[in-house]
Structure formats: C-alpha cells, structure tokens
Design a protein around this ligand. Structure first.
Ligand code: TYD
Length: 220
C-alpha cells in the first residue's frame, strides 16, 4: 500500500504599504497558531533565507536611485527564488503553515507599477521563477498613505535604521503602490482580502483570525 502524500500546508501572505502594521499582526497570528498547536513558519521578504537576506541589504539601503527598476525587480525576484526553494516550499511540503510578510504582490505593486517595469512583465517573471506557486490567502492591510508613512517614520523598530530606501520615495509612488494592491484584490477575490489597517491592533488581529479561521476551517 502506498502512503498518500502529505497534505501541503497553507501559504498565507500579508501585504500593504509602509507602516501598515504587518509585522505586528504576524507576531500576534504566530502566538495564536502556537496556542492552537499549529506547526508554522513566519518569514519575510525581501529575505527569509541567508542568501536572500544578503540581497535584502542590497535593495533596502543606499540612494533611492541606487538600482534601475529592472535591476531592482530582478534582485527581489532572485531573493524570492532562494527563499521559496530553501524555506517556503520545504515547509509547505512538510505540512507546515507559512506566514510571509510580503511576497510577489509587492513586486507587482512596487516594481511593476510604481517603478514602471510593467505589471505584466513582473507577473511573467514571477511565473517563470515560481511556476504555479501562489499564496492560498493574501491579507492586504490597507491604510491612507500619509498615515502609514507617518507611522513608519515614528515607529521604534529593531529593523536596521538604514533600511528605508522605499520610505524615502515620492508620496505619489506610495499612492500607486496602494492602488495596485487594491486592484489585485479586485481581480483575485478568492485569494485576497482587504482589511482596514487603521483599526486598533487588537481589533484588526481578531478580524484577521476570523478570516483565516473561516478560510481554513479553524475554530476561531
Ligand atoms: P521592510 O523594511 O521589510 O518594510 P515593510 O515593513 O514595509 O514591509 O521593507 C521592505 C521594502 O521592500 C518595502 O518598502 C517594500 C519593498 N519591496 C519591493 O519593493 N518589492 C518587493 O518585491 C518586496 C518583497 C518588497
């Protein structure tokens, strides 16, 4: 008798603009999963694997125009390929849940639309590198740009102070990033859920838990 293949774990991504509170929400989701005994991995992009973290340092530091938009999307996608092959796919194959802070929708919004590489080109590149891998659920934390940037500037975080290349980009670019996330959500309603990131942290967390519980049949 052949054993049936182990069921793949769910793949959940969080997206949103600067200061939308993704990392706080991921920490709280992780605590919830721990309480439920769900074996999971929390990870982030750019980064999430040793080589990808080195690329992170290249893309997030330095002058705003350090990279051409095309070079930038290739760097993000190279980091993603490393991260997927070494961390995400092995975890999903082992049946673990994966919670990832940003994924390819960020490349579509930031490099495809914002930086002008072209949304279709960036989609094609993701397809080439990732094949059919896509998140089962994408939670988009939506917030007016000014509010998010204000939070990003004032927050006390343990992230390297120099990792702010994107925060320093023009505000109109941030408006573009935001509108592309909302368009993606419109185009893919089965995968994406938009949430108001201006809500109180705990209230937002309860909403996220409700969405996840419903999607994957968990007791909320
Ligand atoms: P990070 O410090 O992780 O900030 P945040 O809390 O906003 O996620 O910075 C990641 C930055 O990289 C963020 O400004 C978005 C940008 N980014 C892209 O431009 N393209 C991508 O594909 C990804 C994953 C991130």
């Amino acid at each position: 008798m052949t054993a049936s293949p182990r069921k793949k774990g769910p793949f959940i991504t969080l997206e949103g603009g600067e200061g939308s509170g993704k990392s706080t929400q991921i920490k709280l989701l992780s605590q919830w999963f721990e309480g439920l005994g769900i074996d999971h991995v929390c990870t982030r992009e750019p980064g999430g694997a040793p080589g990808a973290e080195q690329i992170r340092n290249l893309v997030l530091t330095g002058d705003v125009d350090r990279w051409t938009p095309m070079t930038e999307v290739l760097l993000y996608t190279a980091a993603r390929s490393d991260h997927v092959e070494r961390v995400i796919t092995p975890a999903l194959d082992a049946g673990r849940w994966v919670l990832c802070d940003r994924f390819y929708d960020s490349s579509i919004a930031y490099q495809g639309a914002g930086r002008g590489v072209g949304v279709e080109k960036v989609r094609d590149l993701q397809k080439l590198v990732l094949g059919d891998l896509k998140p089962d659920l994408t939670l988009i934390l939506d917030l007016p740009v000014q509010v998010g940037l204000g939070r990003a500037v004032s927050r006390e975080t343990d992230k390297a102070a120099a990792e702010d290349r994107f925060e320093r980009m023009d505000i109109s670019l941030h408006e573009t990033f935001r509108s592309v996330f909302l368009e993606i959500a419109d185009q893919e309603p089965d995968r994406c859920v938009v949430l108001d990131a201006g809500q109180d942290v705990e209230v937002l967390q309860q909403t996220l838990r409700g969405v996840i519980a419903q999607k994957f049949g968990l007791a909320g």
